[in-house]
Design a protein around this ligand. Sequence first.
Ligand SMILES: [Zn+2]
Length: 405
Amino acid sequence: MGIYIPAGMGTNMIKSVLIFATAAICFSEASMLEAGAESLSQNVTIADSTNHWGYGYDSLLRDLAIWRTHPFVKIDSIGASVEGRAIWMVSITDSGDSLGPIDDASSRKRRVFIHARTHPAEVQAHYVANEAIKQLLDTGSKAEELRRGFIFNIVPMYNPDGVELGHSRLNAHLVDLESNWDKGVLEPEVTALKRQFEAFQAGPNPVEVALNLHSDQFNCTRFFFFHFAAGTSGPYEDLERNFIGRVQARFPGGIKDWDFVKSWDNGTQLRYPEGFWWSTQQEKVLALTYEDTNCPNAGRFDSTGRALVLGSSDYIQSRVLVAARRLARAVPRVLLLPDGVRIAGGASGSRWELNDLRGRRLAGGVLEGETSLLAWAALPSAPFRILSISRSAQAVERIRLPVRP
Ligand SMILES: [Zn+2]
């Protein structure tokens, strides 16, 4: 979301803008766009686009051809731009079948989605995305572990027309894709990304971390746009702090603290992709904009790409542990009583199933009250019987029942 100074802007204005940007809110998200900067940004002359800021669509095609040779890479087009260029998504995961039931926190692959270069001049965001891809294709054991447990989907060049046409922020329709998400008619690039997000959320491995990569030329540092509870929720703020802290820990001193910018302190900003995520998924998806530095101090893209990948993995793993603890607390207690089997303690909604020793189903059903009684008289008899209590597809309690109490 870097800021580009319109040609007509005077020195004093720039100075006051600089002070504002440093002292207060995320200037690019909240203020510049509201002030109509989108229509001005075509006049920008600061970043020279004659060579596509050093990395054009052809460069991407060359890199895609290299990545495609890796056994764990799949490359798809998620849709086409206004001028018909494919919007490429690089998917990285190993071929292991660790896809488990959706509610089994320990077995399914977790999904991280990264898209970059909404704003063509912010080529640093693209380099970070490329380094993230390189990290994931590394031959080391850490990369192997990431490919085993995660699916990473990376769109390194979300706005290919803008890159090719030399627009610093806009697409071929002269629209800023970043703030198009709440419009009645969406740009084709936004539609493509939104559909991809929706398809993943409807599948067995929904997105859990969604990163939107940009670079900023006023603050000249690396930071996230933190979304305050006024536009999200208190628990979401905790998740954001957890996430940012974990990324920072993977790049010590490299990325600013969570409170570096103030954003969404007056409500949800539906025009951004993060607004889409919050309004449809709430705490289920950690969606943040990351800003690299778009200044002469830019660099260390490898450290940043690595920190984003590892921080996402650390964050999701911490969430899996929390979910497992929560599940453990809700394990129902199974008591064998003279009149039947009593199941107590958060049992409502759980399924029960009685099997013989070979696993053949004898009976089953759904528990309705917090405490339920399965009467001995109503349970089919068999030489050996195993009673399983489960939530969704995951068994949380398994007990061998006596033939005769
Ligand atoms: Zn940007």
